[in-house]
Design a protein around this ligand. Structure first.
Ligand SMILES: NC(=O)c1ccc[n+]([C@@H]2O[C@H](COP(=O)([O-])OP(=O)(O)OC[C@H]3O[C@@H](n4cnc5c(N)ncnc54)[C@H](OP(=O)(O)O)[C@@H]3O)[C@@H](O)[C@H]2O)c1
Length: 320
């Protein structure tokens, strides 16, 4: 008897998690979502169970439910995450840093560890982990807690993927650029603010909030996750969005000095500007517009190439 694949997604109350759950549901998967306040999301067209990934007790209770009441997990989407404080390294207490790691890194690691016995028993499974392009590039400044937690996740998952391959369990890191979600609301004030950092911190905070609030539709990430899950042999990493692809290419192919110079131009200043969101930054940080511009340019290039090819073929003299 064929049954719908079971997909468990953490953090379905908003943003990428919600859009992924809705898309998978539409495509015929059986969805179970989670939230720290599931009672608020019972109107959603799939069950939402309680889960706080910073609590081992909560993870154990959730996985017990999945084993007992559902019996299997075909796809685990580790989506839950937080931005944490906007703070210079010097303004960041160990406790604040630990809190971000507890959600973004340890929470994800503990949940995967709890679900793995079930997947190994099934002898198959797919694990999708929401990283970020910030998991590869240390920008913007003042978000070192978020960036380092995602960097840690990248290293952990890359290693795990090799260990799990013999059990037919794939692991994929999704690396999106900016998306318009509730993530900017999870940005917290610095735990130990120092006046010396105040203007530049506020500047970067404004840029980061602008970029998320003008980010691409999170449904693009949901679609990338769906394609990954439907792939017979999912890749280790999937970039989503033009900004993520450019930053990734910059890191890979540009000399480090030039790459860091460009990032500094984007996120720093020497003389206080009248507004952080200058027209150039407004264009570069507005992922929706940048994606659209890129689509128009690339479609134009393909049309031009086809036109050139057609004129080359039709202008060729017939062989005598
Ligand atoms: N938006 C972007 O620009 C962007 C870019 C790259 C990567 N990402 C990554 O994408 C993922 C989803 O973020 P989003 O942008 O969709 O943000 P979002 O709208 O704020 O969603 C975050 C989700 O995480 C859940 N969550 C937070 N802390 C949790 C905890 N301790 N335990 C369990 N669930 C928790 C929240 O659920 P409840 O509050 O209901 O519990 C919420 O549903 C994150 O991992 C983020 O780092 C986002």
């Amino acid at each position: 008897m064929m049954t719908e694949p079971i997909v468990f997604i953490t953090g379905v109350s908003s943003g990428i998690g919600l859009e992924t759950a809705l898309l998978f549901k539409k495509k015929g998967f059986q969805i179970i979502g989670s939230s720290r306040t599931p009672e608020k999301y019972q109107h959603l067209p799939f069950p939402v169970v309680p889960l706080d990934i910073t609590s081992q007790e909560s993870i154990d209770a959730c996985v017990r439910y999945l084993k007992r009441d559902i019996g299997r997990v075909d796809v685990l989407v580790c989506n839950a995450g937080t931005m944490g404080p906007v703070a210079a390294g010097e303004e960041l207490t160990s406790e604040a840093l630990w809190q971000v790691f507890q959600t973004n890194f340890f929470g994800t690691v503990h949940l995967i560890r709890a679900v793995l016995p079930l997947m190994r028993q099934q002898d198959k499974g797919k694990i999708i982990v929401l990283s970020s392009i910030a998991g590869k590039v240390g920008a913007p400044p003042f978000f070192s807690a978020y960036t380092s937690s995602k960097h840690a996740l990248e290293g952990y998952i890359e290693t795990l993927a090799k260990e799990l391959a013999p059990f037919h369990i794939s692991v994929t890191l999704i690396e999106p650029g900016y998306c318009k979600t509730a993530l900017s609301q999870s940005i917290q004030s610095p735990p130990h603010p120092l006046p010396e950092y105040e203007p530049r911190r506020t500047f970067t905070h404004t840029l980061q909030t602008y970029a998320i609030d003008h980010g691409r539709d999170p449904r693009q990430v949901a679609l990338a996750i769906l394609k990954t899950v439907q792939h017979p042999n999912p890749p280790l990493r999937v970039l989503v969005g033009l900004d993520a692809k450019f930053l990734d290419a910059g890191r890979k192919y540009l000399p480090e000095k030039i790459f860091q110079f460009l990032l500094n131009k984007m996120f720093s200043w020497r003389k206080a500007p009248p507004t952080p969101v200058t027209p150039v930054r407004r264009f570069l940080l507005n992922s929706k517009k940048a994606d659209r511009a890129w689509r128009i340019v690339s479609t134009g290039m393909v049309v031009l190439a086809l036109f050139q090819l057609a004129s080359f073929i039709f202008k060729r003299k017939p062989d005598s």
